[in-house]
Write a protein that binds this ligand. Structure first.
Ligand code: BV8
Length: 247
């Protein structure tokens, strides 16, 4: 796997690094990507349709069970060497921000600290009516429970299509993209906005921008460097090339 010296040098010297990840970084943990998640009984549903307030209003049981299915997949998964390499990189850089579109929580489980969850988290819950956070010790698999405050239906604390991103998370993401010297964009198809705008915001602010993916996508040719290899293999190799054998 040929890694350009320019990237190795920037990894060694950058004081400020920002990373954006998508579903591809969790693929090698056995968590299907957003587009691939529709296997088996879910194959006949468009994920963007299920991940919407309209779908939950129309059929809360179906949407709740889809998220229970995804929680079970993630609970059975472990962070992979790609997640671990990013946690290691964070410990070596003064100003490091990890922005993720993933709702699987695997970056935290890998030891990453400064994680911005742009699209929420599968294992947190909110009331669909009063939007207050709801603590659930165990999430029932079949039916959405009721909010203890107002009796409204409980939903996963994720951002659905047509919903605004959490303003504080978006603000922190844009600020880190604008101030970083190096921006790594890993395992995302670069289709869903506004997340897909972040590498372009970083580039126009002067950062050196790098895509890591297994295949060209919507960002192809729009960043400074595009490396095509599985992130679970390329990221550990990058860390070894830049810092010697992983800590
Ligand atoms: C918003 C949480 C303002 C839930 C997610 C019309 C009407 C309304 C909105 C829009 C509209 N047109 C456009 C929009 C905006 C819309 C959007 O972008 N739509 C797209 C589909 C065109 N965005 C929104 O709605 C956002 N909100 O705009 O609010 C607003 C308000 C009102 C009205 C208008 C606008 C909210 C977007 C967030 C939605 N929630 N997730 C859940 O998870 O269930 S998005 C979800 O999909 C993920 O979080 C992620 O963001 C996205 C999936 O993308 P990826 O992560 O990149 O995954 P994907 O499967 O696509 O690709 C995997 C990649 O990995 C591939 O490139 C593959 O090659 C690579 N890969 C695979 N294996 C590996 C690998 N790479 C490396 N190594 C490997 N081993």
């Amino acid at each position: 796997m040929q890694i350009p010296d320019a990237l190795i040098e920037r990894l060694r010297t950058a004081q400020s690094i920002t990373v954006l990840t998508g579903a591809g970084v969790s693929a090698e943990s056995g968590v299907p990507t957003f587009r691939d998640a529709q296997t088996g009984l879910w194959a006949r549903y468009d994920p963007a349709e299920l991940a919407s307030p309209a779908a939950f209003r129309a059929n809360p049981t179906l949407v709740w069970q889809w998220y229970a299915y995804r929680r079970a997949l993630v609970a059975a998964a472990m962070p992979n060497p790609g997640h671990l390499a990013l946690a290691d990189l964070e410990r070596r850089v003064a100003d490091f921000t990890l922005i993720t579109q993933n709702v699987d929580g695997l970056h935290h489980r890998a030891g990453s600290q400064n994680v911005v969850e742009l699209h929420g988290n599968l294992f947190r819950y909110r009331c669909f009516d009063d939007n207050e956070l709801v603590e659930l010790t165990t999430a029932p698999p079949d039916e959405p429970p009721r909010c203890p405050q107002c009796g409204g239906l409980v939903r996963p604390d994720v951002v659905w299509f047509g919903e605004w991103l959490p303003s504080e998370a978006w603000r922190a993401a844009v600020a880190s993209a604008e101030r970083c010297e190096l921006f790594l964009c890993i395992g995302t198809s670069g289709v869903v906005r506004p997340a897909a705008d972040l590498p372009l915001i970083a580039r126009s602010a002067g950062a050196y921008t790098v895509e890591i993916n297994i295949a060209p996508g919507a960002l192809d040719g729009r960043l400074d460097l595009h490396l095509y290899a599985p992130s679970g293999q390329l990221l550990p190799a990058l860390m070894t090339a830049a810092f010697g054998a992983a800590a």
